[in-house]
Ligand binder design. Structure first.
Ligand code: MLC
Ligand code: AMP
Length: 455
């Protein structure tokens, strides 16, 4: 599955560089071989987990899992005890420590088949605890090959990004994509404007970022102009604001290509290298993917539904939730609201539920944050919403009914139990959560109040 590691592209001393440490394919394959040997020694396990810091160790762990045919569960390094123990318990994964200095020959061909799980990525639903999204080897290969075609991505490229290695964007596209296409990888550690500019000066050709990263680069003109020599700038994981698109076009000469995807579907829609790109649009379906927009009679926008070989194998241990994610005729329901033009170009216009928040490109379920807040002894009610934010796209705002506790304490409480990016950026104390006759929270009322608060 990892074409580059078979040596087709030849070896290079800096094939993979992560946060300032470089490795050749031979180094990486040796370290991954040691991981595979450890996994073989363990005997049968349903999965293994790795604390997915942005390091060569994480890359070796993921490749080692592929070599051994054991699914890998990357755990966010800042996950607090509640989130971490849920992930480990739910997946049954045993935690593996990686020592990149160790080397072992790669095991011979493993008896894995294309449908076998390669990765289990935990992602938030609208309510409750995160679910494990099972991704097969075949789904990943289908997606990476379709993207390689769409972006003309190959061994001539130097891919640059600084995204976390526990989600689709940074891990599947940003690591496995480089290994599959044979492009070199330069992971900057953190996705700062300065680090991207430096990587551009070092020859970076293909750049990935979430919109927050691109907006921050656009706000630092000397960093943005350094990206003029790149071949392709790609944005995804959330909507790229048009002002950022325009500023980057002016400063870099590039029209940023947007692509759309989900943990459950991988990337399904994208603009093309050398193709027409318009701000606010995410392009056309990738090769092998079918999309449809199911609109109410007379409406032009509706739920985006997708089908194709890149789709997940199901939520781990949750056949109910898996079944609920599909329509009766077998299309995956994204929960995103979209419009489709006559040319097959998609525009994502919103989400069906206010309970799914996208902040800094991270997907956060309101229910998970509410449950964490309700675990605090002073909190009686909690309602969490995403409020428009120029930097993060949306920022998490928690409305709570509580006394004897400060907003800062509640923020720290969530950050420590779940993870830092799931913390509310603002806590507002209210008398009661507005509810309808059925007792269901009326979050739109809170959001309307928030609009008034802003103006
Ligand atoms: C602040 N910090 C706290 C804290 N408040 N720590 C503990 N408790 C508190 N109360 C610290 C953090 O530890 C961190 O420290 C620092 O503040 C900043 O943290 P942050 O707020 O998370 O960083 P921020 O600058 O807001 O991050 C922006 C960002 C990030 C863009 C870098 O949001 C990001 O990496 N996003 C990428 C998400 C992504 O990859 N999504 C893809 C999903 S896949 P320190 O020391 O660490 O600086 C997908 C499919 C698809 O969507 O289509 O791609
Ligand atoms: P995640 O599961 O973290 O992969 O998040 C998936 C969600 O990110 C999708 O359902 C969309 O809401 C959002 N998303 C991803 N890419 C884009 C994009 N280019 N434009 C708008 N939203 C996007």
């Amino acid at each position: 599955m990892l074409t580059a590691l078979t040596g087709v592209f030849g070896d290079r001393g800096d094939a993979v560089s992560v946060a300032g440490r470089a490795a050749s394919y031979e180094d990486l394959l040796g370290a991954a071989g040691a991981v595979a040997a450890d996994l073989a020694e363990w005997g049968p396990v349903p999965a293994f987990a790795v604390t997915a810091t942005a390091t060569l160790e994480t890359v070796a762990a993921v490749v080692g899992g592929l070599l051994a045919g054991v699914p890998c569960v990357p755990v966010p390094p800042d996950a607090g005890p509640v989130e971490r123990s849920h992930i480990l318990r739910d997946s049954g994964a045993r935690l593996l420590e990686v020592d990149f200095a160790r080397r072992a020959p790669a095991p011979g061909a493993v008896a894995s088949v294309a449908d076998d799980p390669a990765l289990i990525l935990y992602t938030s639903g609208t309510t409750g605890v995160p679910k494990g999204v099972v991704l097969s080897r075949a789904a990943i290969v289908a997606d990476l090959d379709a993207l390689a075609g769409a972006w003309q991505w190959g061994p001539q490229d130097l891919l640059v990004h600084g995204l976390p290695l526990f989600h689709v964007h940074g891990l599947v596209l940003g690591v496995l994509g480089a290994l599959r296409t044979g492009s070199r990888l330069l992971h900057t550690g953190r996705p700062t404007p300065e680090a991207y500019a430096q990587a551009a000066r070092a020859g970076g050709s293909l750049f990935f970022g979430v919109p927050t990263v691109w907006s921050r680069i656009a706000a630092v003109p000397e960093a943005a102009t350094a990206l003029s020599g790149a071949r392709l700038l790609v944005s995804g994981s959330a909507a790229l604001p048009t002002p950022a698109f325009r500023d980057l076009e002016r400063l870099t000469g590039h029209r940023v290509v947007e692509r759309y995807g989900m943990t459950e579907t991988l990337i399904t829609i994208s603009g093309r290298a050398g193709g027409q790109v318009a701000p606010g649009t995410v392009g056309t379906a990738l090769d092998g993917i079918a999309t449809r927009v199911v609109a109410e009679a007379g409406a032009e926008i509706g739920e985006l539904q997708v089908k194709g070989p890149t789709l997940f194998s199901g939520y781990l241990g949750r056949p109910d939730a898996t079944a609920a994610a599909y329509t009766g005729d077998g299309w995956f329901r994204t929960g995103d609201i979209a419009a489709l033009d006559g040319e097959g170009v998609h525009r994502i216009v919103g989400r069906a539920s206010t309970d799914m928040i996208k902040s800094g490109g991270y997907r956060i379920g309101a229910g998970e944050v509410e449950n964490a807040l309700l675990d605090h002894p002073r909190v009686r009610e909690a309602a969490v919403v995403g409020v428009p934010d120029t930097d993060l796209g949306e920022r998490i705002v928690a409305f709570v009914v509580a006394d004897g506790v400060s907003g800062g304490e509640l923020t720290d409480f969530v950050a420590a139990r779940l993870s830092v990016h799931k913390r509310p950026r603002e806590v507002r104390f209210i008398e009661a959560v507005p509810r309808n006759a059925m007792g269901k929270p009326q979050k739109r009322l809170l959001l309307e109040g928030e609009e008034r608060h802003r103006t």
